[in-house]
Design a protein around this ligand. Structure first.
Ligand SMILES: [Zn+2]
Length: 304
């Protein structure tokens, strides 16, 4: 079926009180693993493409692969994740993306509002949805690098949504990008999320919410990886966030970890193997498994 917009998927999620996972893709195997899971779970999905992914795989390759994936029955949106470069945003619009995230959150409130409003106007003219971010998420992810996070201010959030006309708002409540989210216990600010929800009507988005399952870290480390101290957002925190109005949850680090752990396992089990399909195929199966888990956990199984 044709690609759908982010707004379409998130409005249904908001009504149904579940969250749709936004999975970042970088290559064919990752995309296939996600789509196989979505077919099996009958779940809608958001395919996230970052500027880094475009740099790695090329916009045309990624779009062509997603067009093939869209021949399935899965309702999917094609989304630019953390778009910062206006020229690239325009290229994605022309290529047929159905959703754009404009990330001008590194600017001050006024400038962020100005830029976001401009991009929203361009996208809405073409029927494309827009997500923007207010506040700052700590951590490292492709071209996003923030040393110290800043929580989203609920009053500013309300003003920001009204002024820009965006379809979805990414909030900063203590999650962070990358595999090393917390030194101690996780400490998400649900009080802030609750206040934002009271003041803002558009669907809310949580970035940096990979769980970093310990069994995957162990599996990778058993097969030669040296991943130390990785820590994600506990499952219960994610569940609570969905209850408080989060409708889109971005998952990148968990996919990376699963893919690497799956490939390492294949390399370990069969050191003589020179067939890349066996190695990549094992990574693809690991992606399918973790994507399935997310769909069930976020409540979007059977919501296609
Ligand atoms: Zn993000």
């Amino acid at each position: 079926m044709p690609l759908v917009t982010l707004s379409y998927l998130l409005k249904r999620a908001q009504k149904g009180k579940y969250a749709v996972p936004a999975f970042n893709i970088n290559n064919m195997e990752i995309l296939q693993g996600i789509v196989y899971a979505a077919e099996k779970e009958k779940s809608p999905i958001i395919i996230g493409v970052s500027e880094g992914a475009i740099k790695y795989a090329g916009l045309d390759y990624l779009k062509a692969m997603v067009d093939v994936a869209a021949k399935s029955k899965v309702k999917m949106a094609l989304h630019l994740d953390h778009g910062k470069d206006i020229e690239l945003i325009k290229k994605c619009i022309d290529a047929g993306f159905t959703s754009i995230m404009i990330d001008a959150s590194f600017h001050d409130f006024k400038k962020n509002t100005e830029i976001t409003k401009k991009v929203a106007a361009i996208c809405h003219k073409k029927g494309i949805s827009v997500e923007a971010e207010l506040g700052k998420l700590q951590g490292v992810e492709d071209n996003v690098h923030v040393e110290k996070g800043i929580f989203t201010d609920p009053d500013e959030a309300s003003l920001f949504v009204k002024k820009t006309g965006i379809d979805a708002l990414a909030v900063a409540i203590g999650t962070s990008h990358g595999a090393y989210k917390f030194k101690g216990e996780s400490n998400l600010r649900f009080d802030i999320l609750r206040k934002i929800r009271e003041k803002v009507n558009v669907p809310l988005v949580l970035h940096g919410s990979s769980q970093i399952p310990i069994e995957l870290v162990r599996q990778a480390n058993t097969c030669g990886a040296k991943i130390k101290g990785a820590k994600g957002v506990p499952n219960n925190d994610v569940k609570k966030a969905i209850k408080l109005g989060i409708c889109k949850i971005n998952i990148d680090s968990d996919l990376r970890l699963a893919f690497i752990a799956g490939m390492r396992q294949a390399l370990c089990n069969d050191p003589d193997c020179i067939d890349p399909r066996k190695i990549l195929g094992s990574g693809r199966s690991a992606i399918e498994k973790i994507a399935s888990e997310k769909m069930r956990f976020f409540g979007c199984k059977n919501k296609n």
